[in-house]
Design a protein around this ligand. Structure first.
Ligand SMILES: C[S@@+](CC[C@H](N)C(=O)[O-])C[C@H]1O[C@@H](n2cnc3c(N)ncnc32)[C@H](O)[C@@H]1O
Length: 280
């Protein structure tokens, strides 16, 4: 094992002893699990936003299976002796399919003590962490989730956009904009979303932006409703595009703005012009 910080050793020792108790567990193929899988949230990119628990696990991992949106600075924190496996999947480019990833994690838990499944943001927020954990639990593999800072909160924050504010918004909805492939069920009810809260945060919405803005306007939101897109939030290359529901699609086309980005819709976006100055 690599250089585990001393203040984390007791915690990891506890986890390891739990793992050995749990090693009596057999998976569906009747193979003994010697290890434990940790579903770790890497946060949105800024390494300072990784949790202490996540950092400690990266430093003593035997193997790390990571996604495409994990930042290079966080990958550099991984124990140099650990095996690193890229399971990254981006639209139209799958390194490993979901079933392959789950199968791999089950196999790794049969030979390695600390298996880290590293995901961008938070594993349970549009990260398929719930699905992966379910499969591992069903297979009898010891598994624990370590939450991360989700991009839907951090990217707006670094762009000077608070999701709630006493003068502008007392409610927030987090929603996926990527439903075209029919993978998410039930389909998003944009009319309900439009009226459900004062701030709307859309993940994976860039490819569907024209459809989303049209649906929200059809549901009654003003075409002048402010919207911000934050690309590569919290990273040095962070970019923002500010507009309205009426203008944003054209702005994206003109500027060549691309994913990955978070969209924030609502009057809180107007605070960007005041609060983003703190990051300049
Ligand atoms: C599959 S989802 C994963 C979300 C992740 N689990 C989270 O909690 O942030 C991928 C989407 O998250 C958003 N995203 C992830 N990292 C981002 C970042 N640094 N800046 C802006 N958006 C980001 C984008 O909308 C991207 O298309």
């Amino acid at each position: 094992m690599g250089g585990t910080p001393s203040h984390l050793m007791s915690n990891l020792t506890i986890n390891m002893s739990i793992s050995s108790q749990e090693s009596n567990t057999f998976n569906q193929e009747n193979k003994r699990c010697i290890g434990k899988v940790y579903l770790v949230g890497a946060g949105p990119g800024d390494p300072g936003l990784l949790t202490l628990k996540g950092k400690g696990l990266l430093e003593c991992a035997d193997v790390v299976v990571y996604d495409a949106l994990v930042s290079p600075q966080i990958l550099m924190m991984i124990n140099p002796q650990a095996e690193k496996i890229d399971a990254g999947k981006r639209m139209g480019r799958h390194s490993l399919f979901q079933e392959e990833t789950t199968k791999l994690l089950i196999e790794l838990a049969q030979t390695q003590a600390i298996v880290v499944r590293l995901k961008g943001g938070d594993p349970f927020v549009f990260g398929r962490g719930g699905e992966e954990m379910e499969d591992l639990v069903r297979a009898g593999v010891p598994v624990e989730v370590v939450p991360g800072v989700t991009s839907g909160i951090a990217a707006p924050a670094y762009a000077g956009i608070p999701l709630t504010h006493r003068s502008y918004s007392s409610s927030v909805t987090f929603v996926t904009g990527h439903e075209s492939a029919g993978k998410y069920r039930p389909a998003v009810n944009w009319s309900a979303i439009a009226h459900g809260s004062e701030t709307i945060v859309v993940y994976m919405g860039i490819h569907n932006l024209s459809y989303i803005t049209t649906e929200l306007e059809s549901a009654g939101l003003s075409p002048q409703t402010p919207i911000a897109l934050v690309r590569w939030g919290t990273r040095p290359e962070q970019e923002e595009l500010i507009g309205t529901l009426q203008t944003i699609v054209e702005q994206v086309e003109e500027s060549g703005f691309t994913a990955p980005a978070i969209a924030v819709i609502g009057n809180v976006v107007n605070l960007h012009s005041i609060l983003s100055r703190n990051y300049q």
